[in-house]
Design a protein around this ligand. Sequence first.
Ligand code: TYM
Length: 332
Amino acid sequence: RTRIFSGVKPTGHLTLGNYLGALRGWADEDQHRADALFCVVDLHALTVEHDPARVRRLSRQAATLLLAVGLDPRLCTVFVQSHVDEHTRLAYLMECTASDGEMRRMIQYKEKAERERVRGGSVRLSLLTYPALMAADILAYGTGEVPVGEDQAQHVELTRDLAVRFNQRYGQTFVVPKATVPKVAARVMDLQEPTSKMGKSHARTSGIVYLLDEPDVVRKKVMRAVTDTGSDVVYDRAERPGVANLLDILAACGAGEPAELAGEYDSYGALKKDTAEAVVELLRPVRERHAELVKDPEYVDSVLRDGAGRARAIARPRVDAAYRAVGLMPAV
Ligand code: TYM
């Protein structure tokens, strides 16, 4: 069976972008068709300034949401990255495989490092080496497919390069993975700033729909979405990014193809109204299941404990083999 691995970073409340770009596919398709692991990648949350209590809270919330969107621990493995030491063990070997130049070329590094500098802050070294840890996350499990949103495709490409290089240098050790990106809504845009990605750690929240937003909050955010000049509804991502984003979201909610949907509307208002209701209905069951799961933290704990055990058992032999392959002496 194909091995699937993917993860979500607890740096903020999870968004509609996370759901449409990744989580929904994990729950509706991936867990059913493959041997899948899904991970709250908490170590990755430490690459930027963070509040320890908040990361702890968001990690638990993210884990709970993974179950709320429908991941079933009988079908797949759900766990927290820092509970499985193999990730950091292998990340070091990935740092010894990658060059600093290829790390610096990562778009996300460039953007985030720039943001830190503008704020007058310093850039954590781990922000640069982030893709080495991400490669380790993926390669430790012999992963064949990595279901992600479009913004993560570059990191998965780098992971492929590192896997190939490692195998060439030290002998066949890793499976070379590939990214899979959803057909619609692979890049959900911010409702207030439709030329940038809807990101969970953006400061302004009015353009971000969070999975746990109340229906009225969702409606308000969608109804206030920035649209474009002109009033005819056409699907044009470059020229009409605001309207195209709403069409993408509506299409992803199951209403059809974005370009065809455009023809069904003659006003932005009607498009927004239908999109708002579609999103409210899409998120309703997630919010309801989350509310139930929050009442049972012991259940969530037991899933994560069990998940970490399974993950460790899968990762351990391959990471041990990688340690031997690079020439590290076995413990005596
Ligand atoms: P993260 O936490 O930023 O996002 C989790 C998943 O959601 C997708 N996503 C989006 N998809 C569509 N539109 C958006 N606006 C949007 N925003 C986020 C992301 O592409 C991702 O699939 N580096 C990763 C976490 C990670 C990981 C891994 C993923 C760490 N190790 C190994 C896969 C495999 C990240 O920051 O995702």
